[in-house]
Ligand binder design. Structure first.
Ligand SMILES: Nc1nc2c(ncn2[C@@H]2O[C@H](COP(=O)(O)OP(=O)(O)OP(=O)(O)O)[C@@H](O)[C@H]2O)c(=O)[nH]1
Ligand SMILES: [Mg+2]
Length: 241
């Protein structure tokens, strides 16, 4: 059938248009979500890395049972998990998403097509416009809008979703990136690095975002204000590069 993918079942080494694809998923207690995400993982993905930050549920077991490589990172944090995942990745292309089943694994194929067609190095999957009424509260939509507007103004480039957790990029671009955040601000930091690098072409397209399974890890007020502060700090401290 045209739009269905055979299920991901471990390392199959089937290249996607001569490219090795690594998917990285940070997880903190996502046993429900990770199962659904891995069930929907396209078969052309060469490896899936789940970075587990000390989950106390069955996240690691479930991920392993689907053939994912589980890396245990003992220091907590979303950014910390990604940096660890990047250091273990071998693919030409890295794709990221949450373990909570809010980002669609089915979108991976069209994101890859768009990535290749647009000839970019970093493609951000925007959650906007949000079509599923349950997926995001008004407070989160407003917070996301403020943060994306702030990033757009500070970096002179319209970014619709500065907080999206789904990206497609060439692994080689990481070499020039300065990634300091260990926490939730990592998501905006990697986009800032992509926007700032003259050799990195950046683009953004929409995906269908749905409500998460399991418990939210984000603390909206604390993370929201900290991310705003982080944006400004990174913008006005260029000497730190
Ligand atoms: N490894 C690791 N993963 C984390 C940590 N905190 C959050 N995550 C994962 O990072 C992803 C994003 O966290 P979420 O709680 O979904 O935050 P969010 O996506 O901004 O919020 P929602 O839109 O409500 O899902 C999820 O897969 C979490 O399990 C952490 O400290 N370590
Ligand atoms: Mg999420």
């Amino acid at each position: 059938m045209l739009f269905s993918h055979p299920q991901f079942n471990g390392y199959n080494n089937s290249l996607y248009k001569d490219l090795r694809i690594t998917v990285i998923i940070p997880c903190l207690n996502e046993e429900q979500g990770i199962e659904k995400v891995l069930r929907r993982m396209p078969a052309f993905v060469d490896d899936v890395i789940v970075v587990d930050n000390g989950s106390t549920d069955r996240t690691a077991e479930v991920a392993e049972s689907f053939g994912a490589k589980v890396i245990r990172e003992h220091v907590r944090g979303y950014g910390r998990a990604y940096k660890r995942g990047f250091s273990e990745a071998t693919g030409d292309i890295i794709i990221t998403l949450d373990g909570d089943h809010s980002y669609p694994p089915d979108a991976i194929s069209y994101l890859l097509e768009a990535f290749l067609h647009l000839q970019v190095d970093f493609l951000n999957a925007s959650r906007f416009p949000v079509r599923d009424r349950e997926a995001m509260s008004f407070k989160h939509k407003f917070g996301n809008f403020v943060l994306s507007l702030a990033m757009s103004l500070l970096y002179f480039r319209w970014v619709r979703d500065s907080q999206s957790g789904m990206w497609v990029f060439r692994r080689s671009i990481l070499e020039g990136f300065v990634l300091e955040s260990d926490g939730m601000a990592f998501s905006e930091e990697i986009k800032i690095e992509a926007l700032r690098s003259s050799n990195v072409r950046f683009s953004e397209i929409s995906i269908l975002y749905t409500s998460r399974l399991g418990e939210i890890k984000l603390n909206p007020w604390r993370d929201g204000f900290f991310n705003l502060y982080f944006l400004a700090k990174k913008r006005f401290a260029p000497w730190r590069r």
